[in-house]
Ligand binder design. Structure first.
Ligand SMILES: [Mg+2]
Length: 266
């Protein structure tokens, strides 16, 4: 348990740590169960804003990992909390998927539809697998009228069974390309916004918090920025070769393990 000695809260990235696509990673369920038995506070993270927390809770349950909705933080949920806290009256035009809209609504924010986009105070952008010219055009109009530009996350790609697929970066790129503006805030990792929200849910200080993830450029980068213990697992994107190549930079993790099971049981 060396990697988790003295740690009370564990932030666990989901994709590449608990599963790849719809395939569970061996030993992950057992590791999570053991962490619970040890009394660790657990928060499950994902930069993916396309699905709601409820959908992730169902997905994990199918994989034998029982998780409460309140233990899940998606970049969509974090964006909703960010807006609710800082702009409680926000009227939001969304370029994203159902799960993002659901989280924004649950937080009490108003969603603006295309026919009244001139009312939008914010354009919130995430992964959108039904991105269209029409949606881009509506969002552009809102941005040109001065709406605030918020991105749930900036992932260029995400892994699927068919290989890498375009992530939220594709949606952001389309809007940057026509509006000549950039997102003012990006909520997901490696930005600290989402991880700070996760830490406040766990009521944990940086020195007693660990982040476990499969990407040096997001999970480890944000963990290092916030002074958390950082644990890279090699069951997802980053490889041991990648670890060698970041030597001497701000991306070096405290621990590297083959997978979550090894990180937890040694
Ligand atoms: Mg991941």
């Amino acid at each position: 348990l060396r990697a988790l000695d003295g740690i009370t809260a564990v932030l666990i990235d989901m994709d590449g740590v608990l599963y790849r696509g719809n395939i569970p990673i061996k030993g992950a369920a057992r590791a999570v169960e053991w962490l619970r038995k040890q009394g660790k506070k657990l928060i499950f993270l994902t930069n993916n804003s396309a699905n709601s927390r409820s959908a992730y809770a169902r997905k994990l349950k199918r994989m034998g990992i029982p998780v409460r909705k309140s233990e899940i933080v998606t970049s969509g949920y974090a964006t909703a909390l960010y807006l609710k806290k800082n702009y409680p009256g926000a009227k939001v035009y969304v370029v994203g998927e159902k799960g993002l809209r659901q989280e924004l609504k649950e937080a009490g924010l108003r969603i603006v539809y295309p026919h009244c986009v001139e009312e939008a105070t914010h354009v919130v952008v995430g992964l959108d697998r039904k991105l269209s010219y029409a949606k881009i055009a509506v969002a552009l109009r809102a941005l040109l009228q001065g709406a605030d530009f918020i991105a749930t996350n900036a992932d260029a790609t995400f892994p699927t069974e068919e290989g890498l697929s375009p992530g939220a970066g594709a949606t952001i790129g389309a809007l940057v390309g026509c509006s000549r503006r950039k997102p003012r805030v990006t909520v997901g990792k490696p930005s600290p916004t989402m991880v700070k929200i996760a830490m406040s849910l766990a009521e944990a200080e940086p020195k007693e918090t660990a982040i476990i993830g499969d990407r040096l450029d997001t999970d480890i980068a944000v963990g290092r920025k916030l002074g958390l213990r950082t644990i890279l697992v090699l069951s997802g994107i980053s490889t041991s070769q990648d670890v060698k190549s970041v030597s001497g930079t701000g991306l070096v993790p405290n621990f590297v393990h083959e997978n979550l099971e090894r990180a937890v049981f040694g």
